[in-house]
Every structure is written in structure tokens, then in C-alpha cells.
Design a protein around this ligand. Structure first.
Ligand code: ADP
Ligand code: ZN
Ligand code: ZN
Length: 738
């Protein structure tokens, strides 16, 4: 350290880094930076991008031990105080290192060592000189220039996406036209493009919708969570649109709309864009390229984007003028992050709304029991919509086919087949809903009931006949299909169950005239495959759809009048206490696909247990009744929402160190003298996964606070434990899956 440095005032930066350690790190800088700026710093033998979270004039470290930052990236802070405090809250609540929490909430580009300038989007129009010119003024061989020029004359202006459609080398063409001095360029916000397709069709709200909108707007300036409990097709989206109109109209605020899945964003996006054309709208999800993602994030952070539609991670997006939040399909399990920081985006959204003192609307036809409980107790306002918005559209008839009493052929019962035939004759569409994928789930020996297991985890291998392979859908393990039963030698092994491919082949045989489309993860892997398929359904080019969960949500097919449900029984008796709740939500949703327009729909469920209360509730479309029954079970079992849970999950190549680590955790936790109940370490349902032996330790408490007290003291001790780096472990607060 030089003399000169000592005489200068010290600029100390507290920097958060993406390292699995608690706390922030002190660095020295030549000039004072601000919290929210990104810096490049030496850490160990590497360089890392960090975020300045605070500044100071002194450090606990001796000045000579302080390292200097290498450089900073942003001239202005890119992150604000709300971002820091929200992530601090989450890091504490979910027991995750603060620095990692902060950095993982940023778009990838902002975590990289290159300075990240968002690429600006432009659009172009002809200026006076350009308008005065003609195609003939361009060299005949400059095809691209000529095409762009002609199209600009025709359409007035073109943005980058439209130009890209004209020619892949449009940038050169534009550059040449710019050089001629013919063009004017302007920056576009992603949201302005769709205004051309603006729709003025504004349905008159029915009484339930109007009541919901009015109630929410009455308390628009304060923290108030609302549960908008509306059956499928009751017009929840229309309610969202009216709320956004009202909230955005009288201030320059922003709104955040969370959706569970990327697949649902395009539909909602299109509807919002056409109905709210005046408000710049951006989406944030993992299907965007990194540069699009950064650009959209920046538009949200600058306040230019007035509406943000995004999946889970976007709950952290800095939005300085955020005035309103919506969580659509709030019960959806994809709101819960299943690795790194295991946050629940709906719960984080609630915390954020409370801290900002703004309203938040949770929408669902089948709310999570936690949400329902809060709505029943009055903590959340409850708004119910029990009518379908389109008056002619009726609720579907739900019927069960008792599969123990009829002959099933390749998964299809005679009543279901008959119902399919009837739809074909009438020119209506059917959906067969199935919970698995692959040709046939398992390889079964009829002689001894052996089922081909996965050697690496405790799940079963799935038969992929076309490739002649058995595959594990959990860990990816693959092997050849066995010729004979390894247990009894029986040479006659059969695939069982009814995967989507198998069903498709059976249907082709039985209904040769039907046009059949299979929609599952395999058939939609290609980009845009799903939207092309959905378009085909809408165009009436499909008679029978075979689909997995992907189809259950949010898609609206007016000509669909039959939903057949093939595979439910395993979920009825799952050891995971939320399995039945999820099955009910899924079936309600899938039932909602039938008879959306003016044609009545029918749902046929094949099951061995037609009298189960779940199906009774489904028949009467009575969420409240089923929720009531589930709540009683939960209260007796002391499960959420009555008590709170946390899990410590651990895994390693063998179980001994996992057991030892979890036992240490259990003993330590018990020694802390908290009110939380600490169970013994157990093997989870899936004992082995991807070759790793797994174990878990469950905590249960009457309050969140009691859980927090014990976890806060325990986690640092686990991080310091010598086994901590021989095994993989994580804390899962409010776990959703067991
Ligand atoms: P949800 O989101 O609850 O499933 P939607 O908002 O998608 O329901 O509405 C279902 C259908 O009803 C849509 O086609 C929508 O355009 C239409 N709709 C919604 N509200 C009304 C209304 N008040 N009058 C007429 N049609 C409506
Ligand atoms: Zn056998
Ligand atoms: Zn496996």
C-alpha cells in the first residue's frame, strides 16, 4: 500500500458475490460507487462479477488486506433498494446465501464479465428524401435494399422483427439506405408492436365480474390480497384486463402479472396487447434469448414497460413504479423453484405487495389450500365467480367409467370409445387426457409381476418401443428392452399401461377416419411446435387430441365437447399429501376444456374408484366441498395450512454420510430448544435419483416463526459441517413435494 493511498479517504464497497457463503465482502475503490452498481472483483484465484450492496468509509479488515475492485460496469445503479431488501428477505426465509440469491435473480448477461448494454430495438421509416426517391434509384442487383425500400413505401414503417422476415441480411440493407440519408430511425419498446391489432371488443361485464372489479378497485392504494376464485371460463382474464386498464390509466404505474408456464404467456400476451395497446408490455421467461431477456428486464427496470408478464423468476424484476400484481393460476406448482433458492413466487409476490402497500390478485379455479384457508379466515378478500362468462356455455357433465367392470382395450373402455365415435359423427373434437408419456410406461412380467426397475433410482423404467429402449424419466438412465424376465425367466414380457404413443396407435386402428394429434413433451420439443399444433386444432384439422398436462391449462377450444381421462388412480393414494389436491386441480382444469362455447361438454373418467369423494366433488364442480374435506384431513394430520413444514434434503453416492449428516442436523436442531418438531431422517419416496442416495429430515411447527428460529441457527452449522462438501444438501422451506 502506498503512502498516497493512506492519505486518501477510503472508499469501501460491500459487494455481494455468487458464492455459497454468508455475507458480503469488502473491497476498496478509487472513486465512490453506489449501491446497485455492478463491479468486477478478484475473489480467490478468479475474477467475479459482484453487486455493490452498500458503501462505507471503514472496514473491519485492515486497509492493507483490502483488495481493490478491478472495474465497475454501470454508470448508474441497475438495482434499487427494494430489490435488495426483497432478496434479503428471501435469502433469510429460504435459508440461502444472500449473494447467490441476488445474483441468481439477475438476467444472465448481467452476471457475466462483459459490460452488458441492452441492445436497443429500432424501427425505421422513410424520411422526406426517402419518400421522394423511387425503387429505380437503387441498383438493380441490391435485391435486399430494394425489397426493404418497397416494403417501407407500402407499410410506412418496419421494426427489426419485420425486417428479419424480409431478409436475413436486412442489417446491411438498412445500413445502405441510412447512408443514402433516406431513413429515420426510432427506438421501439417491445410493447408497441401489437397496437396494429388492437381490439375494441369490450364485453359487458356480468354481475360477478363487475363486483370483483369494483371491490378490488375500491382498495387500490393499499396492501390487500384478493383470491379471485372463478371456475374455468368465468372470465378471470377479462377481470384482469379491466383492473389493469383502471390501475394504469390514472397514474404512470406498472403492473406485474405472473403466469405459471412459458406456454401460457403467448396467449395472455396476445390478449393483453390487443386490449391494452397503449401500454408497453414485455414478457420475461426462459424462452427468450439472453439479449431479449436483458432488454425486457431493462425496460421493466426503467419503468418504460408498464406491464410485465412473466414466469416465476420475474417476481424479482425491479419495477420502480409497481402498483399492482396478479398471480394467475396461483395454485400451480411451477411457482415453486425446485433447486438453488427454493422460493415460492406467489408467496414472494405477496411479501412484495405488502412491502409496497399495493393490491395483489390471486386467480384460480382450484386455489391452493393455503390460499383457500387465508380467504376463509378473512386475511384475503374472497371474490367468487361461479358462472361461465359466455352465457350459452354450460358446465360439462362429469361421469366415471368403472374400469373394474368393463373390458379395457389398450387403455380404452367401450363407453369412452362410443363417446369418441359420437363426436366424430357430429364433427366435434375430443381430448384424451393422460398423465404419462412414452409408448407404455413399464415392462411387466405377467407370470411373476416383476416390473423393470431403474438401477440408478427407485423409479420404473419406461418402454420406448420405437427405439427399443427402456428409459428412466427421472434420471435419464437408458437400457435395452429385456427379452425375458430376470426374475422368473418368463420369455413373454409385455409393456403395460397406456402411454400416449400406444394410445395413438390403438386409436388409429379403431377409428381409422379420425385425424389424431398427440401433444406431449416429446412431440412439442421443437420450437413453435406447440403453437402450430394448437393452430391446427383451432382450424378444425384435428378430431382427437391426445395430451398430457400441457394441454390441461388455459387452452380454449370451442369445438371440443369430450374429455376422456385415462390415468388417475395412482394419484388418489399417493404418499405425498398434496397429490389428491393436485389431481383435483388438474381434472377441474381439464374438465374446463370441454364445452367452452355453445356446445355442452362431457367428461368421462376411467377409474377403479368411481365413488371416491374427489370424483363426487368434480361431478358437481364443487371446489369448496372438496377443499373442506381436504382441510379436515390436513387439520387432523397437522399439515399445511394448519402447520408449517421445512425439509432438509441431502444426497450422496452412498447413504451413510447422508444419514450421518441428517442425524447431526436433527440432534443439533433438537438441542436448540425451539418449538419446532424435529422428525428423524428418512428415505424419501424416491430413494435414489440420478445415481444418488437420498435422505430427508422434516421439521414441523405451528408458526413460520418457530421454523425460522431453528433454521436460522441450524443452517450456518450445517454449512460449517465437515460432511457439508461431501454430500449435496439443501433446505426447502414450505416444500411442495415429498
Ligand atoms: P377464465 O380466464 O376465467 O378462464 P376468460 O377470461 O378466458 O375466463 O373468459 C372465457 C371466455 O369468455 C373468453 O372467450 C372471454 O372472451 C369471454 N368473456 C369473458 N368475459 C365476458 C363477458 N363479460 N361477456 C362476454 N364474454 C366474456
Ligand atoms: Zn417374471
Ligand atoms: Zn432412474
Amino acid at each position: 500500500m502506498t503512502e498516497q493511498a493512506h492519505s486518501q479517504p477510503l472508499h469501501i464497497l460491500k459487494v455481494a458475490l455468487d458464492v455459497p457463503l454468508d455475507g458480503v465482502f469488502d473491497y476498496r475503490a478509487d472513486t465512490m460507487l453506489q449501491a446497485g452498481q455492478r463491479v468486477l472483483v478478484p475473489f480467490g484465484s478468479r475474477q467475479q462479477v459482484g453487486i455493490v450492496v452498500a458503501t462505507a468509509s471503514e472496514s473491519e479488515l485492515e486497509p492493507s488486506k483490502l483488495k481493490a475492485i478491478i472495474r465497475h460496469f454501470d454508470q448508474e445503479p441497475v438495482l434499487d433498494a427494494e430489490f435488495f431488501s426483497l432478496l434479503k428477505f428471501c435469502a433469510d426465509y429460504y435459508q440461502y446465501p444472500y449473494g447467490q440469491a441476488l445474483l441468481s435473480a439477475l438476467p444472465a448477461r448481467l452476471r457475466q464479465t462483459e459490460p452488458a448494454q441492452a441492445r436497443q430495438q429500432f424501427r425505421y421509416r422513410l424520411n422526406a428524401a426517402g419518400l421522394a426517391a423511387g425503387v429505380a434509384d437503387l441498383p438493380p442487383r441490391q435485391v435486399v435494399q430494394r425489397r426493404i425500400f418497397a416494403t417501407l413505401r407500402e407499410r410506412g414503417r418496419l421494426d427489426e422483427a419485420e425486417l428479419a422476415e424480409l431478409s436475413p441480411s436486412w442489417r446491411k440493407g438498412i445500413a445502405a439506405l441510412c447512408e443514402k440519408g433516406w431513413l429515420e430511425e426510432e427506438q421501439v419498446y417491445a410493447g408497441l408492436r401489437a397496437s396494429l391489432q388492437a381490439s375494441n371488443v369490450e364485453p359487458e361485464l356480468n354481475a360477478e365480474q363487475a363486483h370483483a372489479v369494483q371491490s378490488i378497485l375500491l382498495q387500490r392504494d393499499t396492501f390487500q390480497p384478493w383470491l379471485l376464485h372463478g371456475i374455468t371460463g368465468s372470465g378471470k382474464t377479462e377481470v384482469y384486463i379491466r383492473l389493469l386498464q383502471a390501475v394504469l390509466e390514472d397514474n404512470d404505474g406498472q403492473a406485474l402479472v405472473l403466469v405459471p408456464e412459458i406456454n401460457l404467456t403467448p396467449q395472455l400476451e396476445a390478449r393483453f396487447r390487443s386490449r391494452l395497446p397503449q401500454y408497453p408490455l414485455v414478457t420475461l421467461h426462459s424462452n427468450l434469448s439472453e439479449s431479449e431477456r436483458l432488454q425486457n428486464w431493462r425496460l421493466a427496470q426503467s419503468g418504460d414497460a408498464r406491464i410485465v408478464i412473466g414466469t416465476r423468476l420475474s417476481v424479482f424484476t425491479p419495477m420502480p413504479k409497481l402498483k399492482f400484481m396478479i398471480v394467475d393460476e396461483e395454485h400451480d406448482t411451477s411457482y415453486k423453484q425446485q433447486d438453488s433458492m427454493r422460493y415460492h413466487a406467489r408467496d414472494v409476490a405477496l411479501v412484495r405487495a405488502q412491502r409496497r402497500n399495493i393490491p395483489i390478485v390471486l386467480g384460480s379455479a382450484t386455489p391452493a389450500l393455503e390460499t383457500w384457508y387465508n380467504a376463509q379466515s378473512g386475511r384475503y378478500g374472497l371474490l367468487t365467480m361461479q358462472q361461465r362468462a359466455v352465457s350459452q356455455s354450460q358446465l360439462p357433465q362429469v361421469n366415471c367409467v368403472d374400469v373394474s367392470r368393463v373390458q379395457i382395450q389398450d387403455g380404452l373402455s367401450p363407453p369412452l370409445l362410443k363417446a369418441l365415435r359420437k363426436r366424430l359423427e357430429r364433427g366435434e373434437q375430443s381430448l384424451l387426457f393422460i398423465n404419462r408419456r412414452g409408448y407404455a410406461p413399464v415392462l411387466l412380467c405377467n407370470a411373476c409381476h416383476w416390473i423393470a426397475p431403474c438401477m440408478r433410482c427407485s423409479s420404473r423404467l419406461v418402454v420406448h418401443l420405437r427405439q427399443g429402449r427402456l428409459r428412466c424419466h427421472h434420471c435419464g438412465h437408458e437400457q435395452k428392452i429385456a427379452r425375458q424376465c430376470p426374475s422368473c425367466g418368463n420369455p413373454d414380457l409385455h409393456p403395460t399401461g397406456h402411454g400416449t404413443q400406444r394410445l395413438e396407435e390403438t386409436l388409429v386402428k379403431l377409428l381409422p377416419d379420425a385425424r389424431i394429434l398427440r401433444v406431449d413433451r416429446d412431440s412439442t420439443r421443437r420450437k413453435h411446435a406447440l403453437s402450430e399444433m394448437l393452430a391446427a386444432v383451432h382450424a378444425g384439422e384435428v378430431d382427437i387430441l391426445i395430451g398430457t398436462q400441457m394441454l390441461a391449462k388455459g387452452h380454449d377450444f370451442p369445438n371440443l365437447t369430450l374429455v376422456g381421462v385415462l390415468d388417475t388412480d395412482s394419484a388418489l393414494f399417493s404418499p405425498d399429501f398434496r397429490a389428491a389436491e393436485r389431481l383435483f386441480a388438474q381434472l377441474m382444469q381439464v374438465a374446463g376444456r370441454a364445452g367452452r362455447a355453445d356446445k355442452p361438454g362431457e367428461v368421462l373418467i376411467q377409474t377403479t374408484f368411481p365413488e371416491h369423494q374427489l370424483f363426487n366433488a368434480l361431478r358437481s364442480q364443487d371446489y369448496a366441498a372438496y377443499a373442506q374435506a381436504l382441510m379436515q384431513e390436513r387439520e387432523v394430520a397437522q399439515f399445511p395450512p394448519y402447520e408449517f413444514l421445512a425439509l432438509i434434503k441431502a444426497e450422496a453416492n452412498d447413504y451413510a454420510p447422508v444419514q450421518q449428516f441428517l442425524q447431526f442436523a436433527a440432534d443439533t436442531a433438537r438441542g436448540l430448544g425451539s418449538d419446532a418438531l424435529v422428525y428423524d431422517p428418512v428415505r424419501p419416496q424416491m430413494e435414489r435419483l440420478k445415481g444418488m442416495e437420498r435422505g430427508q429430515l422434516l421439521f414441523q411447527a405451528a408458526t413460520r416463526q418457530a421454523l425460522q428460529v431453528v433454521l436460522r441457527q441450524l443452517t450456518p452449522q450445517l454449512r460449517a459441517h465437515p460432511l457439508g462438501n461431501r454430500i449435496r444438501w439443501a433446505v426447502d422451506v414450505d416444500p411442495q413435494e415429498f
